[in-house]
Design a protein around this ligand. Structure first.
Ligand code: INI
Length: 157
């Protein structure tokens, strides 16, 4: 059996992070987690660019620009949508997820989804560095692996 796996080395890679300012108490922690993961895996902090956008609804627009720029090996999307705060929860959460997926598929640039969708602020904080781990960290690890999987596949072609 042939298998292809991506290693988890981020050395020499350039990362763009689209991060929402809405619920910034949570998204700043996601951002810290993501940067921590990238640098611990060898990324240069100067090779990481965070771009702020107003809310999760706008994340795909910013991510698309970043992915199309050719300046990044991978794009991370970080946001937080909390149901209790808005009747628009389902629309915003769905558009963010669909939009980020479209960015990845349309551009071919590895794009990771680190947008929390929770019922409460407490649940969000749990997933932003407390007992539920840090989903920003997880998104960063996903981005690294996706880049390396693509490289491994290209080498075999
Ligand atoms: N944006 C979020 O990222 N999270 C939320 O919980 C949220 N709520 O609750 O409304 C939210 N709204 C803003 C939205 O993403 C857009 O910025 C806004 O609709 C302007 O387009």
């Amino acid at each position: 059996m042939n298998t292809v796996q991506g290693n988890l080395s981020a050395g020499g890679l350039r990362f763009g992070i689209a991060v929402s300012r809405f619920n910034s108490l949570v998204t700043q922690r996601l951002l810290e987690g993501a940067v921590d993961c990238l640098t611990r895996h060898g990324a240069d902090s100067g090779a990481i660019t965070a771009v702020y956008c107003p809310g999760s609804f706008e994340i795909p627009q910013v991510a698309l620009q970043m992915a199309k720029s050719g300046r990044f090996d991978a794009v991370l999307c970080l946001g937080c949508v909390i149901r209790g705060e808005t009747p628009h929860f389902d629309y915003i959460a769905a558009e963010a997820a669909k939009g980020v997926s479209q960015v990845a598929l349309q551009t071919g640039v590895p794009t990771a989804f680190g947008v929390l969708t929770t019922e409460t602020l407490e649940q969000a904080l749990e997933r932003a560095g407390a007992k539920g781990g840090n989903k920003g960290w997880d998104a960063a690890l996903t981005a690294i692996e996706l880049v390396q999987v693509a490289r491994s596949l290209a080498e075999r072609a």
